[in-house]
Design a binder for this molecule. Structure first.
Ligand SMILES: NC(=O)c1ccc[n+]([C@@H]2O[C@H](COP(=O)([O-])OP(=O)(O)OC[C@H]3O[C@@H](n4cnc5c(N)ncnc54)[C@H](O)[C@@H]3O)[C@@H](O)[C@H]2O)c1
Length: 463
């Protein structure tokens, strides 16, 4: 079976970049990305490709290459579903905020809505691909909905989890370590798997395309995120031990990372991991383990989250205690708000929680981030419901200039590892801040010797 027409439901951080690469590599396949969010679709269609809604290095160019040739962005979900032979579901699966499993289980209401919509609209056989990260055995629920409400149309469900990391999404998509495709092990299932393999095989070497059963594929995605987050929490746990013993976490990390059994990646100590996936996916794994009564398994993975929360709060506590146990009325400059560099995504960013702790202590915060809008920063703080939106706007200022952010600050906190922070004129910043001049480097990216020589009191994680 040759795929000629692809639809992707969800034009977010995964759907947008993934479909852009698929369209670029399959010029003979029509790819339509649909979303309910009109503003998001309008931004994807903006005549200036620099205004697309997601910032990823290299993405604008790829959108420009294919847009309105074989790549389309639209809000007409029904039409795109009807025309497609293959439908990717790439909608959000946030942690549930209500009812059973609240605060842990994945909220599958958007997935179910998609399934019902596909069932209602489809008039020909379709392959439905789970691109969103889903709890193991979700495909079963999808199939039940599709089979029982469809118009006699046949559906094959595949699981094709996305392993891209924000900030390097384009690179990760162009040369993935592996592509994982799970499907039913029947004749029809294997045909569907092959159809998707053919789409990827246009640019991914066959030995990097793994095919498995559906459940292994679904569980592999949660497992990958759990393992990655666990490494961050492990090195962060060691960072606190370094601070009290005189060891240096970067040295420990280097010594550990050179062990080929361990490897160097995801061993950088920091203020804590953020992003839309790690926390939600681990909580989801914990919840699944609990529903099978595997309490030790659940507790084991939950500790990764507990450690991460601790790392964020101890960073904020350290700022308060270093500033003579009070930050009330003091200006703290935040460099960075995104959960990591090279993305404008702020979901679960450590900066949000550090700011919230400091605001509880009556600090005044000025934020500079190269890619995050003021609107987003206030939305993140308002979402916590810790104080009124008016108070958030009164005590948090967002500026477009890092020097203005730092001017007259009692302390500077680095929350995101943006490269540009390293190249600032730190002498000029030193001259404009209140002395003693404190820098709390939550990402250990600044040059400690240079800053100390200028006169800063510089603190990094794990030193
Ligand atoms: N962000 C990442 O780095 C990443 C990486 C791998 C996997 N994932 C997974 O991919 C999935 C999507 O994540 P994301 O970051 O792209 O989310 P996102 O919130 O950026 O995008 C999801 C989009 O789906 C749209 N949507 C929701 N319901 C819809 C419906 N019924 N019809 C049409 N559109 C609908 C929303 O409007 C939104 O624009 C999640 O399951 C996530 O866990 C994310």
């Amino acid at each position: 079976m040759t795929i000629k027409n692809i639809c992707c439901i969800g034009a977010g951080y995964v759907g947008g970049p993934t479909m852009t690469v698929i369209a670029n590599k399959n010029p003979d396949v029509k790819v339509t990305v649909v979303d309910l969010n009109q503003a998001r679709i309008d931004a994807w269609n903006d005549s200036d490709v620099n205004n697309i809604p997601i910032y990823e290095p290299g993405l604008s160019q790829l959108v420009e290459n294919a847009r309105n040739k074989n790549l389309f962005f639209s809000t007409d979900v029904d039409k795109a579903i009807d025309e497609a032979d293959m439908i990717f579901i790439s909608v959000n699966t946030p942690t549930k905020t209500y009812g059973k499993g609240r605060g842990m289980a994945a909220d599958l209401k958007y997935i179910e809505l998609c399934a019902r919509q596909i069932a209602r609209v489809a008039t020909s056989d379709k392959i439905v691909v789970e691109k969103s990260t889903l709890p193991v055995r979700t495909a079963q629920a999808l199939k039940a909905i599709l089979d029982h409400t469809g118009n006699g149309v046949k559906f094959q469900i595949l699981s094709n989890p996305e392993f891209l990391a924000e900030g390097t999404a384009v690179q990760d998509l162009l040369s993935p370590d592996r592509v994982l495709i799970g499907g039913e092990q029947s004749e029809e299932g294997k045909e569907a798997i092959q159809a998707l393999v053919d789409v990827y095989a246009r640019w991914v070497p066959l030995e990097r395309i793994l095919t498995t059963n559906v459940w292994s594929s679904e569980l592999s995605k949660l497992t990958a995120n759990a393992f990655l987050a666990q490494r961050v929490s492990s090195i962060n746990a060691i960072s606190e031990l370094c601070e009290v013993t005189g060891a240096d976490v970067d040295e420990v990390s280097r010594a550990i990372g050179m062990d080929s059994r361990i490897g160097p990646k995801f061993l950088k100590a920091s203020v804590g991991f953020g992003g839309s996936c790690f926390q939600k996916d681990i909580l989801n794994l914990v919840y699944i383990a609990k529903t099978y009564d595997l309490n030790e398994v659940a507790d084991y993975w939950e500790q990764v989250i507990i450690m991460n929360d601790h790392q964020k709060s101890r960073f904020a506590d350290n700022i308060v205690s270093t500033l003579y146990n009070t930050v009330s009325g003091k200006k703290i400059a935040f460099l960075g708000w995104a959960f990591k560099k090279d993305t404008n995504d702020t979901r679960e960013s450590a900066a949000i929680y550090v700011a919230d702790s400091l605001l509880h202590e009556q600090a005044e915060i000025t934020v500079y981030d190269p890619k995050v809008t003021a609107e987003q920063i206030y939305a993140d703080l308002d979402y916590l419901n810790s104080r009124s939106p008016e108070e958030n706007r009164k005590y948090v200022k967002v500026v477009n200039d890092p020097y203005e952010a730092c001017k007259s600050a009692h302390a500077i906190a680095v929350l995101t590892e943006w490269d540009e922070f390293k190249t600032y004129d730190w002498k000029k910043i030193y001259d404009s801040v209140i002395k003693p001049a404190f820098v709390f480097d939550g990402r250990s990216i600044l040059n400690a010797d240079q800053l100390s020589a200028i006169g800063f009191k510089y603190t990094a994680i794990g030193k």
